[in-house]
Design a protein around this ligand. Structure first.
Ligand code: TXA
Ligand code: MG
Length: 321
């Protein structure tokens, strides 16, 4: 039986040791849904070749079915069984995998990936995570894993197993608890054809990609575009309203600080963008837990990881549909 649509599962919290990883792998091979840590955020994994299991992801997240999923693989060789790896893609994989870079590439004829994963597109988004628990799990399962962030659709991405259980407990078989995610924002998404295009700013700064490619990369993160259908304007939303670029809280607001702008919570008191990325979603979850109805956020510079942070903050502040 697939667990599609069920809300009464006793979700297991598995330890990130050999036994926990083996249990998680067994559940995934049976078509179950298991959340696992990556260096960016927790993913909600399913066997990418099992259409019923993939359908379970959409059901558990309450996600619109036109939204394609990222496929997680161990390495470039595994990627080559699913997509056409161009010379440029091979270079980027050698430079940045495993790590927080997702590449969108043309799928291969007969690739063992459910069409539901691609949601009708001729391309697949692929990444090789660096987190040791994710790598151990991919090795134990021996199959590519489709995995979006492990949160209900439209809500804040999870960076701890507790966040996963708060959002999806009862809807998934298990979560592998690997502690807090080091990067804290999702992977950078790059499409390669016909020209390199940034579809989502993320954990790998676009400047690093531009340096490796020796060229400027066009930015194509317009939420209205079909190219990245998951990039809905209202996304990553805490329950309260969000006001950006605030230098002080107005009456009734809870302040989320950065650098010299202090607050009840801060992304990074020292103004460190890595620390801010790692703490961003945890802060938004804490603001939810505090019942913050109105949130003011300090300005964050638009460079390096600041682009990914500001992208998530703008979505958090967008009008809700
Ligand atoms: O860091 C991450 O990338 C995390 C961890 C779990 O790996 N995953 C993640 O997945 O953020 P998700 O499903 O929440 O975001 C996937 C994004 C969506 O914006 C989706 O539209 C886009 O990738 N995407 C997936 N396949 C695509 C494709 N073929 N072409 C363009 N965009 C695609
Ligand atoms: Mg997501």
């Amino acid at each position: 039986m697939s667990d599609t649509g069920r809300t009464d599962l006793a979700t297991r919290r598995l330890r990130p040791d050999a036994e926990g990883v083996a249990s998680a792998a067994a559940l995934l091979r049976e078509g179950g849904l298991v959340a696992f840590p990556t260096e960016t955020v927790y993913g909600l994994g399913a066997d990418a070749g099992d259409g019923r299991a993939v359908a379970g992801i959409y059901a558990a997240k309450g996600r619109p079915s036109f939204n394609p999923l990222i496929v997680h693989v161990a390495d470039a060789e595994a990627a080559g069984r699913i997509v056409e790896v161009t010379p440029l893609a091979r270079e980027l994989m050698a430079a940045f995998w495993p790590g927080p870079l997702t590449l969108v590439l043309r799928s291969r004829e007969g690739a063992a990936v459910s069409p539901l994963v691609m949601a009708g597109l001729p391309t697949v988004a692929l990444r090789a995570p660096a987190h040791p628990v994710a790598r151990a799990l991919l090795e134990a399962v021996g199959r590519p894993l489709a995995a979006p962030s492990a949160n209900p659709s439209g809500r804040v991405s999870p960076t701890t197993a507790d966040h996963v259980l708060a959002g999806l407990g009862g809807r998934i078989a298990a979560v592998l608890d690997g502690g807090a995610c080091a990067v804290g924002v999702e992977s950078t998404i790059l499409a390669l054809e016909p020209e390199p295009r940034l579809l989502r700013a993320g954990g790998l700064p676009v400047e690093a990609l531009e340096q490796a490619l020796g060229q400027r990369i066009a930015v194509d993160t317009d939420p209205a575009r079909v190219a990245a259908p998951g990039q809905m304007a209202s996304h990553y939303a805490p329950k309260g309203s969000v006001r950006l670029n605030a230098v002080a809280a107005e009456p009734g607001e809870v302040m989320l600080g950065f650098g010299p702008v202090g607050g009840e919570l801060t992304l990074s008191a020292s103004g460190d963008l890595r620390e801010a990325a790692a703490s961003l979603f945890g802060c938004l979850h804490r603001l939810d837990a505090m019942g913050a109805g109105r949130i003011a956020v300090a300005p964050v510079p638009e460079t390096g990881l600041g682009r990914a942070i500001n992208d998530r903050l703008r979505r958090a502040a967008a009008p809700r549909s």
